[in-house]
Each structure stands twice: as structure tokens, then as C-alpha cells.
Design a protein around this ligand. Structure first.
Ligand code: 6R9
Length: 572
């Protein structure tokens, strides 16, 4: 057994990026790596680095998690999270769950979610966080594809898990008492008797720790796999992009069901030993501002749709609260309108800093940095150690102001290491030698700032959530009235895009407003509210290629009143 008590931990230097050009030129990941435990022992565990290390260094009494919702207001120190995650790790071990096993967490955003997450990480399991709004089909697809062996959930969410259809799922751990649920493990009962000492599973830095399912334009959601090594990037971007400092009270509004909620809702803050605020319950502008006011939030990381909703709630709402604690604001997930940046400056007295990255990149690739002027409308410049470029179809780098593929030179600490059980999908990202292809188009200006232009594929970004049109179409055709469906993203002032479905009905069904509503509800109940089409249009026939593929681009062009382009492959 290696002696991790001798961990040197992460050396904290001054958290700033005074000279971007110099940092960019001289940067080496190896320098960052040296600060982690593995440089001494060769083994690591991300949960140890995020939690236990701070306890070893005498910061056990510092608040790590400040949770509140309508009925709870609780603070957990690093010491509390260490012991509670140890206990949870012991529960998993007791049932034979350990390294490499997929443990899925399907919980509302509560402290139990974070405790289970850290505990599962400590025993070397691979965690699959599921967004609490997922319904049966979305839950089943993910548990089935990953062959999850354990699920942590609540009695009410369990009703969305088709247990009979999931032969690999051996253990269900229920948070919240429900004496009538047979064959499940009680979180509370087991925690009450579990030991607070745990032998951490020390793993290789390339061992998987996390699967985030995300959408492409074809097929079911794919399981993007991240390894413990990703924390190198979480740590360094936490410092230079998020600007985390010792006394910060940091609030990342993302749910851990999405990548922002793990990379910057768990690893970013806790690798830096910073207090992290979690607010449960639903979004309302008043509630959000009250959270900032009550917790005296200093760094606030959110998303464009949220800022647009806050903007539409009005300046008066801002004026009712004392938001003076806020030092730095960040955004990710969708294009951040210059108008929103200007509004933010006016009402918060701070610029909102846009960031670009995706599930597959594991962390920030391009950012507006705290020390630099924000260019409103631009995503910013590449992180030191990251080489981003605009390339053509052959991998040639294009000069400023040319639009092309936004690509990253392959190989960085938090790059996804596989698409779960789907090597072909993984390779698609690297089809141009040496490059990771994001699927986004962009251009670069003469100062090296990147400007987002759009997606190459049909993936929809609604309120910052990636939705694959194929998944929605598949759900739609399950409805008895639907013969065929084509789904597109339609521009929307608040949500960025909304989902619009074009539907051809089966013989014997009449188009009506009630049927539209019924179909909408059907998708909601099967997948998730955010995946349900906000607009439905019944049409006689969908435009298709001769090989039978639905031509979404034609639907979209018609919807937007744009030229439909080349129709040579369209069937008669
Ligand atoms: C972290 C996250 C990734 C996709 C990405 C792009 C879009 C993200 C953006 C942005 C414009 C930005 N996106 N940041 N578009 N400006 N600053 O959001 O991951 O859910 O995988 O989405 O989101 O299209 O490819 P993910």
C-alpha cells in the first residue's frame, strides 16, 4: 500500500494569468502534473485530490458544500464530505461494487448526490450521473448501454426505471425512506452503520471515472468516457479561467447530469479547496438572486439561457438584491449574445465571460480570461496548452475570418478516452488526422479570438442542452398516430433554439390541437421535458433522400424561409 498521507497535494501559486502570451508560449502540462499525488506514487484518485487532501492539509473544518432549497439549508465541511463519502464507498464495497463497475446516480441535486458521487469515485467505480428530469426511455437507454450494475436513486424516481428490462442492474440504493420497496438498499440505514474509514482504490490516471451521455445527430446518446487524468485540466482551468481563490464562495448553477456540473460543479472548485454553493429546486430569478445574496457568492458560473431569463425578469429585480459580493461571472453552453454581456455589465457591474467547450473535451478549451478584455460575442482564446484552429475538410489551417471546422490538436488531459463500447463513433471525431473535430463551425479574428458560427450536424442546442434530433424522432414515432417525424432546431430569443417537429400522421388520424398536445406530452413522459417539441406541424410527407433519410436541412430551410440548397439526392 502506498503511503498517500505523504501527498504533497497541489501546490497553490498565485491564481492569475498575468501574461497570456508568455503562459501560452511556455506552458507545459507536465509542470501542472508534478503538483499531484501521482508524481510521487504513480497512482491517484480524483476524490482524494478533491476532498481528503484538504483534510490532510488541515482544512477539514472549511465548508466544502453549502446546500439549500426551500426546506433545507446545510453546510458540509471537507471533513464531513470525507467521512460521508468513505461511508458510501463502504456500502458499495459491501455489495461487491468496485473498480470499473458502472454506478449510476439518478438523484435530484442534493448533498446525497455529491456524497454518492465521491464515494463511488473512491472505490474506483465509473460514475454515470443522470439528470433528474429524465423519463423512462432516457434512463433505460443509458443504464442499458453502460451495463450499469448499481443505481442510486429515490423511491419516486425509481418508478421511471424499468428494472425488469435491465438484467445487469444488480443493486438499487434508495435515498429517502420507503419501507415498501423490496430488494433495495436503504441509503440512510446503511450510512448509519457504515465505517467512516475507507481504503481508497488508488487507480492509474488513465482509468475511467465518469460517463456522460450526450447526443449526436444520429443514433442513441453516446457514452463519453473521462478518466481521472482529466482533473489536471479541471484544476488549471479552475485557476486561470474560473479564477478560483482560497476564500471564494463559488456557485456553478449546472446539474451534475451535464458535464459542466461535474467538471466545474465538483472538480474545479474542490480541487482548489473552495466552498461550493448548490441550490436545489427550480429556477426563479428571485430565488437565484437571493442565493447570491445569502451565500455572498463571489464567482458565478451559469449559461446564456439563464442570463437571458434573468434579463427578461428586468433590472428592477436585480436592484432588489445586494449582489456586490460577485467578482467574476462565467457562461458556457451556447452562444452568449453581446447584448447579454452589455446588460450584465450594466446591472451587475461585471462582464460575463464566455467559455467554449463540450462534453467530449471534458473542460474549457477556449475562454475569455478574467485579466483580459472581453470581446462580447466571442468565445475567447485557447487555454494555454490547448491548440485550437479553424481547419478545412483536409485539415489545413485557415487564415483569420475564414469559416471552417473548429478543431483542437488531439491529446489533452481531459479529452474523452472512448465512446463507451463504440469505437467507430469515437473515431469519427478524429477523422482528420491529428485533430479532434468539435462539430462546430467558427472563425478566428486577427487577435486569435474565436467566434462561433453554428453546428455542422443537426444537433439541437435548446437552453444549453444538446438534443439529438434522431432521439426525438424515435420517441415521436412510438406514438400510435405518428407515421414519420423530422425534427429541427428553430431559433428562439430566450432558449437559443427550440425543438420543432414535422409529423406525417398515420391513416385514420386527424390533425388537431389536442393531438399536438398529446404527442408533446408523450415525448415529455418518455424522454424528458426539455426534449419535447415546443412546436409541432403536421405535414403530408417528409422530404427524404432517395435512400430514405429525412432531409432535416430542407425542413429547416423551409421553416426559416431560406434557399433549400442542393436537392439532387431528394426523392421525387
Ligand atoms: C459544456 C457544454 C457542447 C456544444 C458545443 C457548442 C455549444 C458550448 C458554447 C457553445 C457557442 C459557446 N457551445 N459553449 N456555442 N458559444 N460559448 O456545453 O457541453 O452540452 O456537450 O455542449 O454546445 O455547439 O459543441 P455540451
Amino acid at each position: 500500500m502506498l503511503d498517500h498521507s505523504k501527498s504533497v497535494g497541489i501546490q497553490t501559486k498565485e491564481n492569475n494569468l498575468e501574461n497570456y502570451e508568455a503562459a501560452y508560449k511556455d506552458f507545459s502540462w507536465v509542470d501542472v502534473e508534478k503538483a499531484f499525488t501521482w508524481s510521487e506514487t504513480g497512482k491517484v484518485n480524483a476524490a482524494y485530490e478533491a476532498i481528503d487532501r484538504h483534510v490532510m492539509e488541515g482544512k477539514g473544518h472549511k465548508t466544502a458544500l453549502w446546500y439549500s432549497d426551500e426546506s433545507r439549508d446545510e453546510k458540509y465541511t471537507f471533513g464531513d464530505l470525507k467521512t460521508k463519502s468513505n461511508q458510501f464507498g463502504n456500502i458499495l464495497r459491501k455489495y461487491g461494487i468496485g473498480k470499473g463497475d458502472r454506478v449510476f446516480i439518478f438523484l435530484p441535486r442534493t448533498p446525497e448526490l455529491y456524497i454518492s458521487f465521491l464515494g463511488a469515485l473512491k472505490v474506483g467505480s465509473i460514475i454515470g450521473p443522470l439528470f433528474e428530469a429524465f423519463m423512462t426511455v432516457a434512463v433505460k437507454d443509458r443504464l442499458e448501454d453502460s451495463e450499469a450494475v448499481a443505481l442510486v436513486t429515490t423511491p419516486s424516481l425509481l418508478s421511471r426505471v424499468p428494472l425488469d428490462e435491465l438484467p445487469h442492474l444488480k443493486h438499487v440504493i434508495l435515498v429517502g425512506d420507503d419501507a415498501n420497496t423490496a430488494n433495495t438498499i436503504s441509503f440512510e440505514k446503511e450510512m448509519a452503520s457504515a465505517s467512516t474509514d475507507l481504503e481508497i482504490e488508488w487507480v492509474d490516471r488513465e482509468d475511467p471515472m465518469l460517463i456522460h451521455y450526450t447526443s449526436g445527430s444520429t443514433g442513441k446518446p453516446k457514452g463519453v468516457v473521462h478518466v481521472h487524468n482529466a482533473m489536471i485540466l479541471h484544476y488549471q482551468t479552475g485557476k486561470w479561467v474560473v479564477d478560483l481563490q482560497e476564500d471564494d464562495v463559488y456557485w456553478c448553477t449546472a446539474d451534475p447530469g451535464w458535464v459542466t456540473g461535474t467538471s466545474y460543479g465538483i472538480f474545479g472548485p474542490w480541487l482548489h479547496g473552495v466552498t461550493s454553493v448548490v441550490r436545489g429546486g427550480r429556477f426563479t430569478p428571485t430565488d437565484w438572486y437571493q442565493t447570491i445574496e445569502k451565500c455572498k457568492v463571489t464567482v458565478w458560473y451559469s449559461a446564456p439561457t439563464a442570463f437571458r431569463m434573468l434579463m427578461s425578469a428586468g433590472d428592477e429585480e436585480v436592484a432588489k438584491h445586494d449582489l456586490s459580493s460577485v467578482r467574476h461571472i462565467l457562461s458556457v453552453g451556447e452562444p452568449l449574445n453581446p447584448e447579454v454581456v452589455r446588460w450584465g455589465l450594466k446591472v451587475y457591474g461585471k462582464r460575463i465571460h464566455d467559455n467554449w467547450w463540450m462534453t467530449e473535451t471534458g473542460g474549457t478549451m477556449i475562454a475569455n480570461y478574467p485579466q483580459m478584455d472581453v470581446k462580447p460575442g466571442s468565445m475567447g482564446r485557447p487555454f494555454p496548452g490547448i491548440y485550437a484552429a479553424i481547419i478545412d475538410d483536409n485539415g489545413n489551417e485557415l487564415p483569420p475570418y475564414s469559416m471552417g471546422h473548429l478543431a483542437i490538436r488531439a491529446g489533452w488531459p481531459s479529452m474523452m478516452r472512448q465512446v463507451w463500447k463504440n469505437e467507430a463513433k469515437y473515431q469519427e471525431y478524429f477523422r482528420i488526422a491529428g485533430w479532434y473535430l468539435s462539430g462546430d463551425t467558427a472563425y478566428q479574428d486577427e487577435d486569435g479570438y474565436f467566434w462561433f458560427q453554428g453546428r455542422i450536424d443537426d444537433v439541437i442546442n435548446t437552453a444549453g442542452k444538446r438534443v439529438g434530433p434522431f432521439e426525438v424522432e424515435s420517441a415521436l414515432v412510438e406514438h400510435p398516430a405518428v407515421a414519420e417525424a423530422g425534427v429541427i432546431g428553430k431559433p428562439d430569443a430566450v432558449r437559443g433554439e427550440i425543438i420543432k417537429a414535422f409529423i406525417a400522421l398515420r391513416q385514420g388520424y386527424e390533425a388537431s390541437a389536442e393531438l399536438k398536445e398529446e404527442i408533446r406530452q408523450f415525448v415529455k413522459d418518455h424522454m424528458a421535458a426539455h426534449a419535447a417539441p415546443r412546436e409541432i406541424e403536421f405535414i403530408d410527407k417528409l422530404p427524404k433522400t432517395r435512400s430514405g433519410k429525412i432531409m432535416r436541412r430542407v425542413l429547416k430551410a423551409r421553416e426559416l424561409g431560406l434557399p433549400t440548397g442542393d436537392l439532387s439526392t431528394m426523392e421525387e
